[in-house]
Design a protein. Sequence first.
Length: 148
Amino acid sequence: MKITIFLTLIVSIFAVFACRTASSEKTTRQPAEKVAGVPAAAAQSEIKQISVGEARQLTEGKDVQFIDVRTPEEYASGHAPKAAHFPLDSLEKDLAKLNAEKPVYVICETGRRSQKGAEILRKAGFKDIYNTEGGTGAWIKAGFPIEK
């Protein structure tokens, strides 16, 4: 008898938590029209995570938007070829220099700031965004060339 009551109580608790999770997921979904003034398609765009090898292959010898969001000192110490300098702290004000319709590849030192930069781009309506995992540190470790 006690076991039956105990099992019923456990099942009831799981059911309550499952319902709460499902209802909270529904309420946190964003409306289809716009999210913070950004078209829904842009707000829902996905930031693709790529390795330094993929970044090199996708950007080498091509006319692409490849941006480095590190500090001026870090950038001057060496950066991936063709990576234009767009420091993270001023990226939002420099967005007009980039084309939201073209792919953007973002790199930093380790991949953390570039993820933040990619989020800024996503919120601004950019559609095709790539974050370079491991950043310039992984780029150099892989033996890829750098420019100064």
